[in-house]
Design a protein around this ligand. Structure first.
Ligand code: C2O
Ligand code: CU
Ligand code: CU
Length: 534
């Protein structure tokens, strides 16, 4: 299937909503995907490289936190550099960007309430090696081509450390950010967020994992140490020489493509890696770090596994699954029991594609503690607590040829005045009205939220008459969405409702679609958390 020919024919130019301003005038001839010949992953030997487990970042010293000279916290320095990494035994080294020395950036480890400081240093070359689209907002010609700003996805941080997309810094510069980590344990992740080129920077390799833990979680005796395995998944395209490339539209003035889909999956920075495991339970911490690809993960022949956590930490109780859907930006915490598979090899798949292999040894070095039925209680936020309900549309715009040219939140471009201004400490319901034919993973910075429900509706009536005509009853979130989330799949032609407590800090944050091509072309908006009146 050619993913690029996925034209939204249903959404003809006539039905497409009017553009918020004269973007149509800037449109160019129809962008047709011009692809370099890519490396066929089927030509590569499978399961010849061990799965890299990553290195834990080490702090250099302690330093006082901003505004409190008596409180010392660990200080880290992570430098972004261009590196060469072996992605597979039989490939030549591939040029990538990383926050460390390898394709899997250093892993940050901390405890709830243990703050830390990170100096993010941009030591990248002055030129970008991926195709910048200067017609995109924030990537205008004249800006330094290599610009970075780091965001810790899922972190509750003061606004000046959140990685605002316009707060980028160029090669040779660095920025110190403070992460208080006053939040429940979870696997967060850090990644680039520079306006207009975010998709390219992340694709080049600027992403990594960030763990927060606490004593409560320690007390659950979940598999730990070598029995806890991070899995960072992302899809890429390599050319026949094994070099990373990012496809272009064919229109030199506007090389942006609506979604990047690779045919190769990097698992912790390797293609088709394997991991030796014992016949016992393991804890897998999975991130979908892809630009646009959704994963549908399964193991072997329908092996049942348990999901114990989602984006923002543990679920109230384990959920049995045979297949796990994971959108870009989402995380899952899984328990897999290999004890019935000693001496066997199990393959992690997404749909029918093999991603990685687990080689189960004959003997376990010791027994694993049984999985508890109750994990961390998640109190449901009552809907009555919401002081405001916002209805926010998700929009896509096509040109006269049916090519996707723009995506927006609430039909509003990035630089328009801020419209979402929740009060610090208040609770709101956001209704994500997806009038498009695509699922958009919607992410809010700084906060965690709960999914209330999803309900099918009729987009045409909505767009023409501004009335909601429901086409189905509301469906509750699936059991593995009953924990705290920071990214939610807003499904096509459905209204997805989330409930959010704006706890944390006042200031300017962003919310956006986590399909990075959408985010860069303009499916991102600032929002302000307003300090509550004294
Ligand atoms: Cu993964 Cu704006 O974040
Ligand atoms: Cu984020
Ligand atoms: Cu999107």
């Amino acid at each position: 299937m050619n993913v690029y020919s996925r034209r939204r024919l249903l959404q003809s130019a006539l039905l497409a909503p009017a553009l918020p301003f004269s973007v149509r005038a800037q449109m160019h001839s129809p962008p047709e995907m011009v692809d370099r010949p890519s490396l066929d992953p089927n030509t590569l030997a499978r399961f010849v490289d061990p799965l890299p487990l990553g290195e834990t970042a080490r702090s250099l010293e302690t330093r006082p936190v901003p505004g409190n000279a008596t409180r010392q916290v660990p200080f880290y320095r992570l430098a972004m550099r261009q590196i060469e990494a072996k992605l597979h035994r039989d490939l030549k080294p591939t040029r990538l960007w990383s926050y460390g020395d390898s394709a899997l950036s250093p892993i940050l480890e901390t405890r709830s309430g243990q703050g830390l400081l990170i100096e993010w240093a941009n030591e990248l070359p002055a030129e970008h090696f991926l195709p910048i689209d200067h017609s995109l907002h924030g990537a205008e010609p004249g800006k330094p081509p290599v610009r970075t700003v780091v965001h810790v996805h899922g972190a509750k941080v003061p606004p000046e450390s959140d990685g605002y997309p316009e707060a980028w810094f160029e090669s040779g510069r660095s920025r110190i950010c403070y992460y208080p980590n006053e939040q429940d344990p979870a696997m967060l992740w850090y990644h680039d967020h520079a306006m207009g080129i975010n998709r390219l920077n992340v694709y080049a390799g600027l992403l990594g994992l960030f763990f927060i833990r606490d004593g409560f979680e320690d007390g659950l005796s979940l598999p730990a140490g070598k029995y806890e395995v991070p899995l960072l998944l992302c899809d890429r395209l390599l050319d026949r020489g094994g070099q990373l490339y990012y496809p272009v539209s064919g229109d030199p003035k506007s090389p942006w493509i609506p979604e990047m889909f690779g045919n190769i999956t990097l698992v912790n920075g390797k293609i088709f890696p394997y991991l030796d495991v014992e016949p016992r339970t393991y804890r897998l911490r999975i991130l979908n770090g892809s630009n646009a690809r959704f994963y549908y993960l399964s193991l072997g022949s329908g092996l049942v596994f348990q999901q114990i956590g989602s984006d923002q930490g543990l679920l109230p109780s384990p959920v049995s699954l045979k297949e796990l859907a994971l959108a870009p930006g989402e995380r899952a915490d899984l328990i897999i029991d290999f004890s019935a598979h000693s001496g066997q090899q199990l393959v992690l798949h997404s749909d029918t594609s093999a991603l990685a292999q687990f080689r189960v040894s004959r003997l376990a070095s010791g027994p694993a503690a049984p999985l508890l039925k109750a994990l961390r209680p998640v109190e449901r936020i009552p809907e009555a607590e919401a002081v405001k309900t916002r209805r926010l549309t998700l929009n896509e715009y096509v040109d006269l040829k049916g090519n996707m040219v723009l995506m927006l939140l609430n039909a509003t471009r990035w630089h328009m005045p801020v419209t979402e201004k929740p009060v610090l400490g208040s609770t709101e319901i956001w209704e994500l009205v997806n009038v498009t034919d695509d699922t958009h993973p919607i992410h809010l910075h700084m906060v965690r939220f709960q999914v209330l429900d999803r309900r099918g509706f009729e987009p045409f009536t909505y767009e023409t008459a501004m009335t909601v005509r429901y086409t189905s009853p509301a469906t509750p979130p699936s059991p593995n969405e009953m924990g705290w989330k920071d990214t939610v799949r807003a499904e096509a032609k459905a209204i997805t409702r989330i409930i959010v407590r704006f706890e944390g800090y006042a200031g300017r944050y962003v919310w956006h679609c986590h399909i990075l091509e959408h985010e860069d072309n303009d499916m991102m908006r600032p929002y302000d958390v307003i300090a509550a009146p004294a």
